[in-house]
Design a binder for this molecule. Structure first.
Ligand code: KG4
Ligand code: ZN
Length: 340
């Protein structure tokens, strides 16, 4: 009998990935860390929209209800029989504790039943893999700009699994700034796509919002910008919302692009990849591509589906972790504040 609990990690090994760190319930089957056979995402955005943000307890309950059917759909769509799944990977942090526990407990149970390895995956590391999944020809080293609702990081990646955090936000994450400003402007939740949309009819040069720390190292700060938007709207009650949205977005994008390019210059990276929900921002994608390519860098833009939370990136990161570090112990817990 073959020992399924400590198999050779081959290029043909299908890994089931599970993602429940925030408000997306997701499962995916990925072969060899790069070939996506299925990726199912059930978003809870509509459930949380009426509260204007993610309610942790509501998220956990929704994961409990949604995860089993989402996994079943991912397995069926992949065409891989349960008996051929080589490992089960789940996000174990960072994220909401109750939400993480649902995915981690389910992954361990499946790994035990199928007698295959369980792999605990860092959600941020998974986001780094998302860029590589969509652009497998990317040449390392690269700089990854990871900007989501909870994190904003500038990371140098030498190899899958080998990273150095070069900078990060000192206060709000970029997505958090989008969400808070959108809420202040009375736009819909989540705020990033709402501001992106509103900005299409606005003038990005209408208001000169501050570009905090733009000439200063690789760390970022967005709370001053948020305050500047609020102060400007209070002083100018007749201001056009689309102009505020466009000018705010231009300020965020200028800073993000400047940091990514500075990091590439400092590390000698060949390219820049985007990751995280904010990577779906249309202006960020356009400006980074224009400016990055003008400097001879390869700019990798994951598809919007790969920018936001999904389980394909978890399965891919899990396959790489399994190969380098082996299975995770079954007493590995959920860690809400896990860093990269
Ligand atoms: O990575 P993600 O799906 O979840 C985590 O936070 O881990 O990122 C969600 C964040 C939210 O703050 C959302 O407003 C932002 O990504 N976002 C955007 C856009 N689409 C999503 N921000 C700016 N422009 C967008 N088009
Ligand atoms: Zn995320």
């Amino acid at each position: 009998m073959t020992d399924r609990s400590s198999p050779t990690v081959s290029d043909e090994m299908p890994v089931l990935g599970i993602e429940t760190s925030c408000d997306e319930t997701a499962a995916a089957v990925v072969v060899g860390g790069r070939q996506i056979l299925s990726s199912v995402v059930s978003s809870q955005v509509d459930i949380h929209a009426r509260y204007g943000g993610v309610v942790p307890e509501v998220a956990s309950r929704a994961h409990v209800e949604l995860l089993t059917p989402v996994i079943a759909e991912a397995l069926i769509e992949s065409g891989v029989p349960d008996a051929e799944i080589g490992a089960v990977a789940a996000t174990h942090g960072p994220g909401l504790i109750g939400a993480l526990l649902v995915g981690v407990a389910t992954a361990k149970a499946l790994a035990l039943v199928w007698d295959v390895p369980f792999v605990a995956v860092n959600h941020l590391e998974a986001h780094l893999h998302a860029a590589l999944l969509d652009d497998p020809d990317v040449e390392l080293p690269v700089v990854v700009l990871l900007a989501s609702g909870g994190h904003t990081l500038v990371v140098a990646m030498d190899a899958p699994g080998s990273y150095e955090v070069l900078g990060g936000t000192l206060d709000d994450a970029a997505g958090e700034a989008f969400d808070k400003v959108a809420r202040y402007l009375g736009l819909s939740y989540p705020g990033g796509p709402a501001i992106d949309e509103a900005a299409t009819t606005g003038d990005p040069t209408a208001i000169a919002f501050p570009r905090s720390m733009i000439d200063d190292g690789l760390d970022l700060s967005f709370s001053g910008l948020k305050t500047a938007v609020i102060n400007h709207c209070r002083r100018h009650p007749d201001v056009v919302t689309a102009d505020v949205a466009a000018s705010f977005q231009a300020a965020v994008v200028d800073v993000l692009v400047a940091k990514a390019l500075r990091a590439a210059e400092q590390t000698g990276a060949r390219g820049v990849c985007l990751g995280g929900g904010v990577a779906a921002n249309s202006r960020l994608r356009r400006v980074l591509t224009e400016v990055g390519e003008a400097r001879g860098l390869r700019v990798s833009l994951p598809t919007p589906a790969m920018c936001t939370d999904n389980a394909a990136m978890v399965a891919a990161a899990g396959w790489h972790r399994l190969r380098t570090d082996g299975p995770s112990p079954l007493d590995t817990g959920a860690i809400p504040g896990l860093g990269l």
